[in-house]
Design a protein around this ligand. Structure first.
Ligand SMILES: Cc1cc2nc3c(=O)[nH]c(=O)nc-3n(C[C@H](O)[C@H](O)[C@H](O)COP(=O)(O)OP(=O)(O)OC[C@H]3O[C@@H](n4cnc5c(N)ncnc54)[C@H](O)[C@@H]3O)c2cc1C
Length: 421
C-alpha cells in the first residue's frame, strides 16, 4: 500500500460506481472517481427540455428493491407512485388490473374482469406469494430455468400471458422470449409486490445525483475516460497515468471486458421510447398502459405527467411510448406509433407534438453475461482489481447498488480498514 491513506480509483460514475464510492467513504476511504461522460448517472439520466423531464428511455424506480430502501433517502426523492397494477388495452377498450391485495375494493372487478380467468388470478396470487417467500425457484425446476417456464409451471393461461404478463414482463426485462432466469424473475417480482413503482419528482436522474451529493470529499472527474488498466495503475485518454492501491472497474459489461483485454460480449437489451407532449392527457391517472393485443408497434405507454406532474410544464402532458423490439425502421417509427395510437385515442393524437425518440441499445446487460444463480460474493478480477455493476447480479438498479456496496465493504476489509460501528 502506498503512503498511509489507501488510494482507490473507481472507474465509472454510474449507480454502481457511485454506490461503491459512497460505501468507501462510509469506511473512511476517499476514492477518486473517473467518469468518461460529462455527468454522473450512467444509464440513469434525465434531460430538462423546455420544461419536460425526459429520462434516457422510460424507466422507473421500484421502492421494493432491497438496496433501494437500504441506500437511498426516499423521502427526499419525493416519489410519485404509479397505480399498483396496470391498464390493459384489449378488445377495443382499457381494462384495469389492480393488485387485489393492495386495492381490496377493486377485487371483485379484478377477479371477474376479462384479463385471464378467475383461476389465473388465484395462480398469480400463489406465484407472488412464492416469489416473496423465495420459494418460487424450487417450484419451477431451479434458478436458471426461464421466466417463460415459470409462467407455464404456474399454469397461467395463454390469454393471461398474452394480454398482461408478456407486455408487462417485456417492459421490465426487455426480453421478448422471456428467457430471463427464474432467480431474477423471483427477485424482481417480489420487489414489485413489496413496494411501489414510482418516479422521483425531478426525474430518474435525481437518484444518481443523490448518491453523488453524498460524496462530499470525493473527487469525481468528468470527461475522464480510462483507456487502459495496468496492474493497479490506470491511463486516461489524455495519456495521464494514475497509480492506486486498488482499482474498481464500475463500467458497463462491454467496457469492462474491453479494459480487461477480452472481446466484448454481445450487445445488451434495447429499449426504444418515443416521447410526445400533448395539450390534454389521453387518459387520467398514474397508470401503466399495456398493449394486450398482438399487433402494433407499441408495448406499453405512460402519461408521465399523470404520475409526476413535474415531468411536464403547466397545462401540458408528457407521454412516453415504449416500443416492441420488432418495430418499423427508425424513420417510420413515429408515424407508425401515431397511427396506431389514433386507434386508441382517436383524433386527439393529431394534437400531440413529437419530442424525441430514445433508442438505448444497451439498456440492460445481455442475458448471457448474467450469473446463472444469485451471486453471493464480490467480483475480484485479480489482486487489487475489483469489478462492480448491474451485470454481476440481476441487471437492474438494485443490482448496481448492491454490487457497489459489497465491493466497497470487501475493499475496506482487504485494506484492513475497521468496519464502521
Ligand atoms: C431505458 C432504460 C430503462 C431501464 N429501466 C430500468 C428499470 O425500470 N428498473 C431498473 O431496475 N433498471 C432499469 N434500467 C437499468 C438500470 O438503469 C441499470 O441497471 C443501472 O443504471 C446500471 O448501473 P451501472 O452503474 O451498473 O452501469 P452504467 O449506468 O452503465 O454506468 C457505467 C458508467 O461507467 C462510465 N464509463 C464507461 N466507460 C468508461 C471508461 N472507459 N472510463 C470511465 N468511465 C466509463 C459510463 O459513462 C457510466 O457512467 C434501465 C436502463 C435503461 C437504459
Amino acid at each position: 500500500m502506498s503512503g498511509s491513506a489507501p488510494h482507490v480509483i473507481v472507474i465509472g460514475a454510474g449507480v454502481a460506481g457511485l454506490a461503491c464510492a459512497r460505501g468507501l467513504t462510509i469506511h473512511g476511504i476517499t476514492p477518486l472517481v473517473l467518469e468518461a461522460s460529462d455527468a454522473v448517472g450512467g444509464r440513469v439520466r434525465t434531460d430538462l427540455m423546455n420544461g419536460y423531464r425526459l429520462d434516457h428511455g422510460f424507466q422507473v424506480l421500484l421502492t421494493g428493491y432491497p438496496e433501494v430502501t437500504r441506500q437511498l433517502d426516499l423521502p427526499s426523492l419525493r416519489l410519485q407512485p404509479f397505480h399498483p397494477g396496470a391498464s390493459v388495452r384489449c378488445q377495443g377498450t382499457f381494462h384495469r388490473l389492480s393488485d387485489p391485495l393492495r386495492q381490496p375494493l377493486d377485487a371483485p372487478a379484478i377477479l371477474l374482469g376479462p384479463i385471464g380467468s378467475l383461476g389465473d388470478k388465484l395462480r398469480m396470487l400463489r406465484l407472488t406469494r412464492d416469489a416473496q417467500h423465495k420459494t418460487l425457484c424450487q417450484h419451477v425446476g431451479g434458478p436458471s430455468t426461464s421466466t417463460q417456464n415459470v409462467l407455464a409451471s404456474y399454469g397461467l393461461s395463454e390469454t393471461m400471458c398474452r394480454r398482461f404478463l408478456h407486455p408487462f414482463l417485456h417492459g421490465v426485462f426487455l426480453d421478448e422470449a422471456l428467457a430471463t432466469p427464474a432467480w431474477i424473475f423471483e427477485h424482481v417480482w417480489a420487489s414489485f409486490a413489496q413496494g411501489n413503482v414510482a418516479l422521483p419528482q425531478e426525474g430518474m436522474g435525481a437518484i444518481p445525483r443523490q448518491l453523488a451529493n453524498g460524496l462530499h470529499s470525493v473527487s469525481v472527474r468528468m470527461n475522464a475516460p480510462v483507456t487502459e488498466i495496468d496492474g493497479t495503475s490506470v491511463t486516461l485518454v489524455s495519456g495521464e497515468r494514475l497509480a492506486a492501491d486498488v482499482v474498481v472497474l464500475a463500467t458497463d459489461w462491454s467496457t469492462a471486458a474491453i479494459l480487461q483485454g477480452t472481446p466484448p460480449p454481445s450487445s445488451g437489451r434495447t429499449a426504444i421510447t418515443v416521447y410526445y407532449s400533448a395539450p390534454q392527457p389521453p387518459l387520467s391517472g398514474p397508470w401503466l398502459v399495456l398493449n394486450g393485443e398482438e399487433e402494433g408497434p407499441v408495448n406499453h405507454l405512460c402519461v408521465l405527467s399523470e404520475v409526476a406532474p413535474s415531468y411536464a410544464p403547466a397545462g401540458r402532458s408528457l407521454i412516453a411510448v415504449s416500443l416492441r423490439p420488432r418495430t418499423p425502421e427508425p424513420d417510420q417509427q413515429e408515424l407508425a406509433v401515431r397511427r396506431y395510437l389514433a386507434e386508441w385515442f382517436g383524433g386527439a393524437v393529431d394534437a400531440w407534438h413529437y419530442l424525441r425518440t430514445d433508442r438505448v441499445t444497451s439498456s440492460l446487460p445481455p442475458l448471457n453475461v448474467l450469473p446463472p444463480t444469485a451471486p453471493t460474493s464480490v467480483c475480484e478480477l485479480r489482486s487489487g482489481l475489483f469489478a462492480c455493476g448491474d451485470y454481476l447480479s440481476t441487471g437492474t438498479l438494485d443490482a448496481a447498488l448492491w454490487s457497489g456496496r459489497i465491493t466497497a465493504d470487501a475493499i475496506a476489509e482487504r485494506l484492513g480498514v475497521p468496519q464502521p460501528a
